[in-house]
Design a protein around this ligand. Structure first.
Ligand code: NCD
Ligand code: ZN
Ligand code: ZN
Length: 410
């Protein structure tokens, strides 16, 4: 049993001074706990690990961009202890065999791995059996990386119907094809189309990477009429807009495209009003060489898993967000949506713990990036509030004690 002593725990929506004892699960929270391994947690904050429900771990034929090990190292360094991987890999995750192989590779990563099954024209009849191997399904309605796009409306209907039978969450990329401004403008229509399908078939729906005010409002209306829907926003939509894309070109080519300043401000407002279910990264690593191509030729997507909790911890330090709100969108709500025994510091839950020093300040540089893609859209940003020790299932996977360089740059 490990005991982190004299620390500050965030549990039940508030901070309190306590010790926390754990093996693979959290066993006790209280004063003067005993255990065979004692660690000093004074001056630090303990939070539940972040659950990122949207990463592209690549691997397989694209391990030059990222693989499970590099993804895992990057994730835990930033405080993400659980990652849900998308199926638009090469080859795609659309059969029992390939999902099993992907899970085997994921077991080498220091992060808890969950996997979405891919949906193609060919595998709709097999989704019920594939459901036993996956943690959710993912459907792409338009413009994205990989070959998983389905544009046929009658296929959409049979997919929503079949996935509803499996009781799995269906994550949907609801974006039409077209120029960035068109895609942004029509996001709420595309979301509306998907909400209607979920309503018709009773599918558990999760809308990925929502970018606009109108798109968000559409979902909030549907929630109001009791539809079983959740949605995520991504850090890049909180920090960048279409103006940044015009300046930085392919480096900020992302699906869906960066929206307007008004949308960005709305997302921050919605976060503070507790209207956002989940913040997920859509970590989409592509190499420096690939992102150096022209806007038209470069692939869409930016990496993000390494800095999501840190960007939000900095926002907490700057009073743009409360700690309670951070923990809700990064941990509590994703755990609830996917039914995981995680996401909170409660006895009996998995010991996925992030020990944070709210006073450590570092500037993000290209040299420090752990993701194999080798760059970050957040390079140059100075952020305050970093993980100093991270435990996954009670095992120390990141921190000064295991020889990382993170204590250096105070
Ligand atoms: C993602 C990728 O590269 O896999 N790219 C992106 O721009 N978001 C695909 C996706 O999430 O649609
Ligand atoms: Zn997408
Ligand atoms: Zn994605």
């Amino acid at each position: 049993m490990t005991v982190l002593q004299n620390t500050t725990i965030f549990a039940d929506g508030r901070l309190s001074k306590a010790d926390i004892a754990f093996d693979e699960k959290i066993r006790a929270i209280g004063a003067s706990l005993s255990g065979d391994e004692k660690l000093d947690g004074s001056g630090k904050l303990v939070l539940p690990g972040a659950i990122d429900v949207h990463v592209h771990a690549r691997d397989l034929n694209q391990s030059y961009k990222e693989d499970w090990r590099s993804l895992g190292r990057a994730a835990v360094a930033g405080g993400v202890t659980t990652a849900f991987a998308m199926p638009n890999t090469d080859p795609p995750l659309d059969t029992v065999e390939i999902v099993r192989e992907y899970r085997r590779r994921a077991s080498a990563a220091p992060v808890n791995a969950f996997i979405y099954g891919g949906i193609t024209r060919e595998n709709i009849a097999q989704l019920v059996s594939l459901a036993n191997e996956v943690d959710g399904f993912k459907l792409y309605l338009g413009e994205t990386t990989g070959n998983l796009v389905i544009r046929n409306k009658s296929l959409h209907r049979s997919i929503f119907k079949t996935v509803a039978q499996t009781k799995r969450v269906l994550a949907v990329h609801a974006q039409r094809d077209g120029a960035p401004a068109i895609v942004t403008q029509h996001e709420s229509d595309d979301i509306g189309y998907v909400l209607d399908l979920a309503d018709a078939y009773g599918t558990k729906l999760h809308l990925v990477h929502v970018t606009t005010r109108r798109g968000t409002e559409k979902i909030l209306e549907a929630k109001h009429s009791k539809l079983d829907v959740t949605f995520e926003i991504c850090p890049h939509y909180l920090f960048f807009t279409d103006r940044d894309r015009k300046e930085r070109g392919a480096w900020l080519k992302i699906n869906p495209p960066l929206a307007t300043e008004e949308d960005r401000e709305f997302l921050w407002w919605a976060l503070r009003e507790n209207l956002i279910d989940i913040v997920a990264t859509d970590h989409a690593p592509h190499t420096v060489a690939e992102k150096s191509l022209s806007y038209e030729r470069a692939p869409a997507g930016v990496p993000g898993v390494e800095y999501m909790p840190v960007l939000l911890l900095d926002a907490v330090n700057n009073k743009k967000l409360s700690l309670d709100q951070l923990v809700a969108v990064c941990s509590v709500n994703p755990a609830r949506r996917f039914g995981l025994a995680k996401g909170e510091l409660s006895i009996g839950l998995d010991a996925d713990l992030v020990v944070v020093d709210m006073n450590v300040e570092k500037r993000i540089t290209r040299e420090m990036v752990r993701s194999k893609c080798g760059w970050s859209p957040y390079e140059g940003m100075r952020l305050r509030g970093w993980p100093v020790m991270v435990f996954v299932g009670g095992r120390l996977v990141h921190g000064a004690e295991i020889g990382t360089d993170d204590r250096a740059s105070r």
